[in-house]
Unconditional design. Structure first.
Length: 162
């Protein structure tokens, strides 16, 4: 495993830790890649008080970078998700159909530290969803608006919050 692979593994394996993100951002900065700035900016915004006057300037720059690069930074995820939210530089929250998630779970979960998953059309896929190992990596699973039948979700031992 080379250095960048090790950094990516550390980043995905420690989704709540900023240190691997900032190391990855420094690596990107050395290559003049704008995502390095984006990662640092979102990490800084995370810690900044809401009333801080610097917030508006940083949020404006954040939106500019995302507008210019979101599709590129989503990469393989872009055709698989309905939407994604970037948090501290990476997609951390996604929405997709249950069918797509089950079929592409490994791809989805290795493209970033995804922690929140919103799934649609899950009503008849609870058994497959329950056996999906990728869900063990998420902190939040949203199955709202799926009109689950009583008793169908109970057997699968999938919790909405961990």
């Amino acid at each position: 495993m080379n250095d960048i692979d090790a950094q990516w593994s550390a980043l995905c394996g420690n989704p709540h830790d900023d240190e691997p993100r900032l190391r990855y951002a420094a690596w990107l900065d050395e290559r003049d890649h704008p995502r390095g700035e984006f990662i640092r900016l979102q990490c800084q915004l995370e810690k900044l008080a809401l009333a801080n006057p610097l917030r508006l300037e940083l949020e404006t720059r954040e939106h500019e970078l995302l507008a210019d690069h979101e599709r590129e930074w989503l990469g393989d995820l872009e055709p698989l998700v309905d939407w994604a939210v970037f948090h501290r530089g990476f997609p951390s929250e996604i929405s997709t159909s249950c069918d797509i998630f089950i079929e592409h779970a490994d791809t989805i979960m290795t493209r970033g530290p995804v922690q929140m998953v919103h799934l649609g059309n899950a009503r008849d896929r609870m058994e497959q969803l329950a056996s999906c190992a990728a869900l063990r990596k998420v902190s939040f699973l949203d199955l709202s608006n799926n009109y689950l039948r009583p008793g169908r979700a109970a057997f699968c031992n999938v919790s909405a919050h961990r």
